[in-house]
Write a protein that binds this ligand. Structure first.
Ligand SMILES: [Zn+2]
Ligand SMILES: [Zn+2]
Length: 386
């Protein structure tokens, strides 16, 4: 990569890092994206999913089309690290490297607009609100697939621990489904000294928690990954330690890599919650909210990604899936897709994604941009004679 281009992309990345925006609030970021795409001569569509942007580049006469997706949002957390490009906004931080993702895809769009080398249509998808706010769904609700029909979609995430010239491209499950559940145990509150006059939801909730992990340990196939965690619990008041409260609410997350296990988790957590409640003679309200499906890489796009990764750097064909989720899955459920991991170098001070010291490694920019450019050329090759 030419040094002036690289320097420009590094300053862009640092500028985005210094100005993080939460999901659906990426007005500054999406304006920069849209203006740079326009300056590169790319057709720009704004306002998909509120702050999302799609850039469209057509070359040749081919009717094939692909979508390349980058996420733009930051997290509501403080930055404790102290780089010169540290966040200038209180309690907002690019701790997942989406500043890097935005930069890589923009760099690739600009290079492809300058150099071409493919035949067909590329839609550059700058998605808002990946971090749990449903940006992909919002873009789809605004007609993404109708307005920008694509044969396949591609995604990328930075990964500390891999070298900056390494790209892991693996067929099959990459990221888990990410769903939320709550169970509210509804007893009858009473004096702490007279438990027999009420129905004790606190003890019932404890009973539920003690059997909850049987779902993964005893029900799900041991060869199928699954996670169930209780992450929030509320009841009673520490200023009223002689009151057994009416209700206890417990909530958590459930993760799986297949639709079958996902269904199994939903049913089993609910059955245990209702079972625990029944054994205490109380009621239970159970909800399971399907947030995002698993990311599962399809065969053909994975083969294309592998070719591109081999041209851009060093391909790893084996890499363990992550129990995190990414709503790229909403796109790749509609059309075949492939999601790869781009090395981000050694974890600095042990800082991983969502850590208050995390910072995207600019040394990964050349590999990441080259990967996107080569991917377009591998997926939409020019025909002989052109
Ligand atoms: Zn994240
Ligand atoms: Zn992320």
């Amino acid at each position: 990569m030419q040094s002036d281009i690289l320097n420009d992309l590094v300053s862009l990345r640092r500028d985005l890092h210094a100005h993080p925006e939460l999901g659906f609030e990426e007005t500054r970021t999406s304006t920069i994206v849209a203006e740079r795409l326009e300056a590169a001569g790319i057709e720009v569509h704004r306002g998909l999913g509120k702050t999302g942007v799609v850039g469209t580049l057509r070359l040749g006469s081919g009717n094939r089309a692909i979508g390349l997706r980058a996420d733009m949002d930051a997290l509501a957390m403080p930055e404790i690290g102290n780089p010169p490009w540290k966040s200038t906004v209180e309690n907002r931080m690019h701790a997942c490297g989406h500043d890097g993702h935005t930069t890589l895809l923009l760099g690739a769009a600009e290079q492809l607009a300058r150099e071409g080398g493919f035949d067909g249509t590329v839609h550059f998808i700058f998605q808002p609100a990946e971090e749990g706010r449903g940006g992909a769904r919002a873009m789809m609700a605004d007609g993404f697939f109708n307005r920008f029909p694509v044969d396949a979609v591609y995604g990328l995430h930075n990964m500390p621990g891999l070298a900056v010239d390494q790209i892991a491209v693996v067929e099959g499950p990459q990221l888990a489904s990410s769903d939320s559940w709550t169970a509210t145990f509804k007893g009858v509150g009473t004096h702490g000294a007279k438990p027999h006059l009420g129905k004790d939801a606190v003890t019932c909730a404890a009973h539920f928690l003690s059997i909850l992990h049987n779902v993964v340990a005893r029900e799900v196939d041991p060869l199928q990954p699954a996670v169930v965690s209780a992450c929030a619990l509320s009841a009673g008041d520490f200023d009223a330690l002689n009151v057994i409260p009416d209700e206890v609410k417990i909530g958590g997350t459930a993760r799986a890599y297949t639709p079958e296990v996902r269904d199994q988790l939903e049913a089993a957590i609910g059955r245990l919650a209702h079972g625990a409640a029944a054994s205490f003679g109380i009621d239970c309200d159970y909800t399971f909210i399907r947030r995002i499906p698993p990311v599962v890489n399809a065969k053909d796009p994975t083969g294309i990604s592998r070719q591109a990764a081999a041209r851009a750097g060093d391909v790893l064909t084996e890499f363990p899936p992550s129990t995190a989720g990414d709503d790229f899955a909403d796109f790749s459920q509609e059309v075949p897709g492939c999601y790869v991991w781009l090395g981000n170098g050694p974890a600095q001070d042990g800082a991983l994604h969502h850590n208050t010291r995390y910072d995207f490694n600019d040394d990964a920019i050349p590999t990441g941009v080259r990967y996107w450019v080569e991917l377009v050329r591998a997926a939409l090759p020019q025909r002989a004679g052109e």
